[in-house]
Design a protein around this ligand. Structure first.
Ligand code: ATP
Ligand code: MG
Length: 646
């Protein structure tokens, strides 16, 4: 049914991990997890080497997850100090601003000095081990500096995406009782200014935020902003007097590293807590294997540090590996739709990691903006965040990758800390739309409607039957919610909340969130599959599919369709799309309703919010739930007005 893209033999010949290595290491990792992860753990510098590697129980009555428990280390020292001898002058961070004329580079030595100075600043401001620090910054190096400075002194950071409103920021500050906020005067995205400091002022007027004693303000645009004495302090003034010497204190392996809220696609965001050693072992190891990292690579992940991808694969994984990582403070369409590829050429990026939403948006603009750039430096392309439609995958491969680059479609979650299901570019043949095979140590299982584990080719809810070092440890301040959300539906297992299909080759296909599965006359239909069929039509740019009430079938299929630039919707085209889906998938997937959508409601990280579309399709527009993490709440209004069931 699906196309297979074999591994390029030339790539495999030089790859870190080849097919037989993958099979051998995978078998080892699941047969002897303790031995396997003990060995992998040696990649870090420990103050005290761990002797207890794994202590985990997924039993809801006795739930605990501990890795490398008796070891101690410092995360910042692993990302900085240990590289100084051999890589002191290597570039750690390439900053690329919103304005294409603005870029700057920091070597490992420079980054180390900045982090030490800010760690001393934090101490000077009374921040101690275990205190929470909110970071509300643009994608500037100071964001990484602040994160690593917290790690250096054992403070727990909570990064809040700079696009969030004062209310969202206030909720997150209150939830974890932050003592300090690091922000900037303003951010700049796509040429537009974002009033970060003013947002912080607003947020701190909200109830529950009294814990904040200090606001540190980075000068980004230099605009005058209200400063409230003695609470508000400028970053550069504070840093000026500080020493660049700040010994890294060893932390217990399970000392909390950060809190990060999930994207809010399915409901109120959860404050996911990650700890130190296991997280760093897992993110650095996956980063090295999945991207086939080499010493001279220039690696660029376009995610914002406000999302887990920005934590694990812009900051911690790459820096622990001594890699050069790009921090991009812009958007894909500014100044024009070639921007990504111009940045690739400018900095000779070799490893590139982005999201399906960006790929679909670029695809909508055609090939010309891509083709006028070289992209010759690229070696591996990656994607994360949503299922990638095979159509978009093929475009990414053919147009961006000139049909020569491997693509890694990486499935994971905020909760998982790092990548769990993914191809390894030198080892695993790819099928567009499939995240392919589990990473080392990952044991997926698929259960049917009765909770029975299925063997062979099957489809159902996706579970993980055992732990891995990067797994979240709790929901901050609400351990009960942690147990209920992830461990109560299938006791003894971690429930991902996603549905998946496993094919005859053992490849995994994420079918979407379990809440989004549609049951048409007793047949389970994944939203991802119908959406991919629609997107494969030449006039369709993007589609979102939800279930709706249907007298005969139980549930019907309700599709929201965005057309490519220049096309307009007609009844004729609706008929054509219905016929198209019937041909691509079968009559069972026939859309009952097609609503033209000028655009779709998305989270700020670019994921389609189907739970909102479902309420509109069910004619319950007064029950949309939490929409605070929507990128543009205005989109919802017109969809509600033009809904087809009233
Ligand atoms: P919330 O948990 O608050 O509803 P969220 O699930 O969107 O928000 P994230 O942790 O950012 O928060 O996203 C993880 C989810 O994204 C996964 O559970 C999965 O549904 C989806 N996802 C991520 N990567 C992929 C991928 N490569 N293929 C398919 N789905 C993916
Ligand atoms: Mg989730």
């Amino acid at each position: 049914m699906s196309t297979i893209h074999p591994v390029d033999p030339a790539f495999a010949a030089r790859a870190r991990i080849r097919k037989d290595d993958y099979e051998r290491l995978y078998a080892e990792s699941v047969q002897d997890p303790e031995g396997f992860w003990a060995k992998v753990g040696e990649r870090l510098d420990w103050a005290k080497k761990p002797t207890k590697i794994k202590d985990v129980s997924f039993d809801p009555k006795n739930l605990h997850i501990r890795w490398y428990e008796d070891g101690t280390l410092n995360v910042a020292a692993n990302c900085l100090d240990r590289h100084l001898k051999e890589r002191g002058d290597k570039v750690a961070i390439i900053f690329e601003g919103d304005d294409p004329d603005e870029s700057r580079k920091l070597t490992y030595r420079e980054l180390h000095a900045e982090v030490c100075k800010f760690a001393n600043t934090l101490k000077h401001l009374g921040v101690a081990k275990g205190d929470r620090v909110a970071i509300y910054l643009p994608m500037i190096p100071e964001a990484a500096v602040a994160m690593l400075a917290c790690a250096r002194i054992g403070a727990i950071h909570s990064v809040v995406f700079g696009g969030f409103s004062p209310d969202s920021l206030a909720g997150r500050i209150a939830d974890s009782q932050c003592k300090l906020v690091v922000t900037a005067d303003e951010g700049v995205r796509g040429g537009k200014k974002i009033p970060l400091k003013v947002n912080v002022d607003e947020a701190l007027k909200r109830p529950g935020t009294n814990s904040v004693e200090t606001v540190v303000v980075v000068r980004r645009t230099g605009s005058a902003v209200p400063m409230q004495s003695p609470r508000d302090r400028y970053w550069h003034n504070l840093m000026d007097g500080q020493s660049a010497d700040c010994p890294a204190e060893p932390m217990e392996a399970e000392h909390p590293l950060f809190i990060l809220y999930t994207s809010g696609s399915t409901g109120k965001p959860k404050g996911v807590l990650h700890t130190s050693a296991g997280y760093l072992v897992y993110t650095s190891y996956t980063h090295e294997c999945v991207f086939d990292l080499r010493e001279d690579d220039v690696y660029w992940c376009t995610a914002d540090v406000g999302w887990v991808t920005g934590h694990s694969y812009v900051v911690y994984g790459p820096l622990a590996n001594g890699a050069t990582t790009v921090m991009f403070d812009g958007v894909p369409n500014h100044p024009d739709f070639s921007r990504f590829w111009q940045v690739v050429d400018k900095h000779k990026v070799s490893l590139f990691y982005t999201a399906p939403t960006a790929i679909r948006a670029l695809m909508r603009e055609g090939e010309a903006p891509v083709k006028k750039t070289s992209r010759a430096s690229l070696r591996v392309l990656g994607t994360v965040g949503e299922p990638i439609n095979p159509e978009a995958w093929e475009w990414y491969h053919r147009v961006v990758g000139e049909s020569r680059l491997p693509i890694v479609d990486t499935w994971w979650q905020t909760e998982t800390g790092g990548i769990l299901i993914t191809p390894l570019p030198g080892a695993i043949a790819t099928k567009p739309g499939s995240a392919t095979k589990p990473f080392f140590g990952i044991k997926p299982a698929i259960v049917d409607a009765n909770g029975e584990v299925q063997e062979g080719a099957c489809e159902g809810n996706l579970l993980l039957t055992d732990s891995w070092p990067g797994q979240m440890r709790t929901v901050y301040g609400d351990h009960q919610r942690f147990i209920e959300t992830y461990f109560s539906a299938y006791p003894g297992n971690y429930f991902t909340g996603d549905g998946a299909r496993r094919d005859e080759d053992g490849y995994y296909w994420i079918t979407g969130r379990v809440d989004d599965v549609i049951n048409v006359s007793g047949h389970r239909i994944g939203t991802a599959e119908v959406e991919s069929a629609l997107v494969a039509h030449p006039k369709v740019a993007e589609a979102a599919v939800v279930g709706c009430p249907h007298e005969i079938k139980g549930q019907g299929i309700y599709a929201y369709v965005t057309l490519i630039a220049g096309e307009s919707g007609s009844d004729e085209l609706k008929k054509e799309l219905v016929a198209w889906v019937r041909k691509e998938i079968g009559p069972i997937a026939t859309p009952d309703y097609i609503q033209w959508a000028p655009s779709l409601p998305k989270t700020r990280s670019g994921k389609i919010m189907r739970r909102i579309l479902r309420k509109i399709g069910e004619n319950q527009p007064d029950q949309l739930g939490d929409i605070s993490t929507l990128a543009d709440p205005g989109v919802v209004k017109s969809l509600v007005e033009e809904r087809l069931i009233k």
